[in-house]
Design a protein around this ligand. Structure first.
Ligand code: EPU
Length: 433
């Protein structure tokens, strides 16, 4: 028996109302948890979301010898002075892709790191070639044996390098940014993505004395040096833009009047633009977004379909592609979705089709959606956290009850989702199934 969610569908009615607050960003918190390796003193993190992925990283840090104090649920004090081990536990690292973020900082600080091929959501091949090439450029030797990579820095430490990322990779950029802070001399990182999570990391490091230029551009230049001092200054994690976007899409489909608070609207600019073009009524303020609907019943012939493709920031995020597909099953007309980042991120489609959606598979990267189709509740198996959230939205729009199995996959990225959705009127409960 494992946790699942039982959801009562609204059959297209738009009844949700109230306030839903956005938590700290998972993908900003994960690299921030690797920061202690760059500091000679304690690093304080605030607004860290209480998610399964964060708990796995906490276990990983403890197994390395990092002192983790949690005074309040969302505030961590982390010290890496007593690190005794530079091998990432395969049991944990294989469960989450973000474990790769710890390799660069550990290698830069302690001269060695061992780790397995990281696991995580099944959304595509997810290679680590950019990491291996980068380590070698910084002078390290990479060996692979019995499923473990062993990376060893030169005796006098990693050296600065000129690295061009063939593909824009968020975690590769974060890993090499952090490694470069402790490397000898100058590192230039080129074709760096401009996701806000990277910008925030750069900005905190700069504020603690790291010599980094080119923030929020595709070219970062870093002059390495000794470990930094945090001096008691806390790093506050930004609001989760993917959670914000998920709530926007859910409210557009089922909301009468829902206000999303504690968010950064600028970070979901692309989602807002798509929803507005489709006819969604949004009121954007400094850190809130309100969605209202004048119609209480079905939205067919109300929202219009729009074709879209996923793109690196500030384009439409791949992490919201599945929720957007659910939206488009309800909009009027035909739409093409082009997933440009991952080749395995359309695996959720057959489940939506079984619910009544009309979606045509057009290869590993494209689907064609015939909108305006009512959905029927059913039992679903969440394949990954973002598709899992999309299934919750589909279940909410559908007629009848649905069960979404594999709640753990959703808990990886959304904290206590059922309690937060209940507050705006969603009939959802956690069950053992
Ligand atoms: N890639 C390579 N080689 C590499 C690394 C990446 O070819 O060595 C490719 C990937 O296969 C993919 C592209 O680069 O085609 C972009 O992947 P990226 O490395 O940017 O993904 P990531 O850093 O592993 C982060 C987020 C993901 C999010 C992607 C894209 C974190 C911890 N994860 O992953 O978030 O989908 O960027 O924006 O920041 C999620 O939260 O559900 C999630 C999967």
């Amino acid at each position: 028996m494992a946790d699942a969610f039982l959801i009562k569908g609204l059959d297209g009615a738009k009844t949700l109302s109230g306030i839903i607050a956005v938590n700290g960003s998972k993908n900003a918190a994960l690299p921030a948890l690797a920061l202690p390796f760059l500091f000679s003193d304690t690093v304080i993190l605030e607004n860290v979301p209480a998610l399964e992925d964060i708990h796995r990283v906490e276990e990983l840090l403890q197994s390395l010898g990092v002192l983790c104090k949690k005074q309040k649920p969302n505030r961590y004090e982390l010290t890496a002075q007593n690190v005794c081990n530079t091998t990432l536990s395969p049991d944990i690292a294989k469960r989450l892709r973000a474990s790769i973020l710890f390799t660069g900082p550990l290698l830069a600080r302690f001269g060695r790191v061992s780790f397995p091929h990281p696991g995580g959501c099944v959304i595509g091949e997810r290679p680590i070639d950019l990491f291996m090439e980068g380590f070698e450029k910084m002078g390290a030797r990479v060996n692979e044996k019995n499923g473990m990579y062993d990376v060893i820095a030169p005796k006098n430490g990693l050296r600065g390098a000129d690295i061009f990322f063939r593909t824009q990779s968020v975690t590769a950029a974060e890993t090499f940014l952090m490694a470069a802070v402790l490397a000898r001399g100058k590192t230039i990182l080129r074709n760096v993505p401009v996701e806000p999570e990277i910008g925030e990391l750069v900005s905190f490091l700069q504020s603690r004395g790291a010599r980094i230029s080119g923030a929020e551009t595709h070219r970062l230049e870093i002059i390495g040096g000794e470990p930094l001092s945090a001096d008691g200054v806390a790093y506050s994690i930004i609001p989760d833009r993917i959670e914000t976007g998920s709530f926007l899409i859910l409210s557009a489909l089922a909301g009468k009047k829902v206000t999303i608070t504690r968010c950064n609207p600028e970070h979901v600019g692309s989602v807002i633009a798509h929803l507005r073009s489709s006819g969604v009524n949004l009121l954007v303020d400094e850190d809130t977004i309100t969605i209202t609907s004048s119609r209480a019943k079905r939205m067919q012939s109300f929202y219009k379909s729009i074709s879209m493709k996923t793109h690196e920031y500030p384009g439409f995020p791949t992490d919201l592609q599945a929720p957007m597909a659910v939206f488009l099953t309800q909009a009027d007309g035909e739409a093409l979705i082009f997933e440009t980042i991952f080749e395995g991120r359309l695996g959720y489609v057959p489940e939506l089709v079984r619910m009544g959606a009309k979606i045509q598979d057009m290869g590993p990267h494209k689907i064609f959606i015939q909108g305006g189709t009512p959905l029927r509740g059913r039992e679903l198996e969440s394949p990954d956290l973002r598709a899992g959230l999309a299934f919750i939205i589909a279940a909410l729009v559908a007629k009848g009850e649905s069960i979404v199995h594999n709640a753990y996959s959703i808990d990886r990225g959304y904290e206590q989702i059922e309690k937060r959705l209940q507050k705006i009127g969603v009939s959802i409960k956690r069950i053992s199934a």
